[in-house]
Design a protein around this ligand. Structure first.
Ligand code: UDP
Ligand code: MG
Length: 317
């Protein structure tokens, strides 16, 4: 029987949350008339997550699971979910129940009613997140909106419902460094936000720390804009003009007033300043170069170790 809705759940060390998540999903969809499948992607968990998932798949044929050979990251896990799903509609949701599954039917209804291709969750309240995380994420979205040509809606996470067509479009994007929110913005289609309140985690701890979030932010920026590279040209140009004017000024001063400019310290400060800027831009160029390097290897996004899923209906290309 063809599947109407695929629910894609990335899982990384979630032994405490999986059952809660599964039970909640079952409860929500117990009264749903259409066929649903639950696809869990175990992103190389080191705890019992996969054996829990396997047991679930034995009990409930709607549960499919895929196990990665190691931790490839949430973006890879979601991509695998998109590769293996077969529904007319696909929903992605975290395993920790921060995004309420009971909203999924409403989101699908909205998509059908307004003929939307993507309905993405927009958080009106973000429980369980520190102030610093809220401020930094606010600044990040402002910055990326300003310096890139794509428009990533603010306060969105990875809770969304989309049509098969959008999933097909996402499958076509083969880049290994995947900034999913950006990819969703990039593919276009008719999209609309769905406002909801985000809860704290049901159990377990967040898998993201500030180092991961920083790398995520750099990923987002370097994947969608080369403005930082252009900035080097403008900053360089600015300093060249500035130093030229300064030189003219001191030459005139010398000829008009016989003043000689002195100051060892100022010289050191200026050299360090310009040197710092140069090294910073070398770093920025390095970021882009590194990405080209990894992209040119053309490695697969993820490797599957085990799976309990019939791929004939879904896959791929
Ligand atoms: N996750 C994953 N791979 C990772 C990190 C996280 O599949 O390397 C999953 C995790 O199990 C959860 C979702 O991604 O289902 C969101 O993770 P988390 O709740 O830790 O992120 P936060 O909500 O704090 O942004
Ligand atoms: Mg979470």
């Amino acid at each position: 029987m063809s599947v109407f809705l695929s629910i894609v759940v990335p899982v990384y060390n979630e032994e405490e949350s999986i059952l809660l998540c599964y039970e909640k999903l079952v409860q929500v969809f117990s009264v749903y008339e259409k066929t649903v499948e639950f696809i869990f992607i175990d992103d190389g968990s080191r705890d019992k997550s996969y054996s829990i998932l396997k047991n679930l798949s034995v009990k409930d044929s709607r549960v499919k699971c895929i196990q990665f050979s190691r931790n490839f990251g949430k973006e890879a896990a979601m991509s695998a979910g998109f590769d293996f799903c077969s529904g007319e509609y696909v929903c992605q949701i975290d395993a920790d129940l921060q995004d309420p599954p009971e909203l999924i039917p409403e989101m699908i209804a909205l998509a059908q009613q307004k003929e939307l291709d993507v309905v993405y969750g927009v958080r009106t309240k973000r429980d369980g997140e520190t102030r610093l995380k809220k401020i930094t994420s606010f600044l990040f979205y402002k910055l990326i909106a300003r310096i890139s040509s794509i428009d990533i809606p603010e306060h969105t996470g990875d809770f969304r419902v989309m049509t098969k067509e959008v999933v097909m479009a996402i499958r076509k994007l083969k880049e290994t460094q995947r900034f999913m929110k950006g990819l969703f913005a990039w593919v276009g289609f008719k999209q609309e936000g769905f406002y909801y309140e985000r809860n704290s985690r049901s159990a377990g701890k967040t898998k993201f720390n500030y180092v991961k979030l920083w790398n995520f932010a750099i990923e987002g920026i370097t994947s969608f804009t080369n403005v930082p590279l252009k900035l080097a040209t403008y900053v360089g140009f600015f300093f060249a003009c500035f130093s030229f004017c300064l030189a003219v000024f001191y030459i005139l001063k010398y000829f008009l007033y016989g003043d000689r400019f002195q100051g060892f310290l100022t010289l050191i400060v200026a050299i360090l300043f310009i040197g710092g800027i140069q090294i910073m831009f070398l770093g920025i160029i390095g970021e882009y170069l590194g990405r080209i390097y990894f992209e040119s290897k053309n490695r697969p996004l993820y490797l599957v170790k085990n799976k309990v899923i019939d791929t004939s209906a879904s896959k791929i290309d």
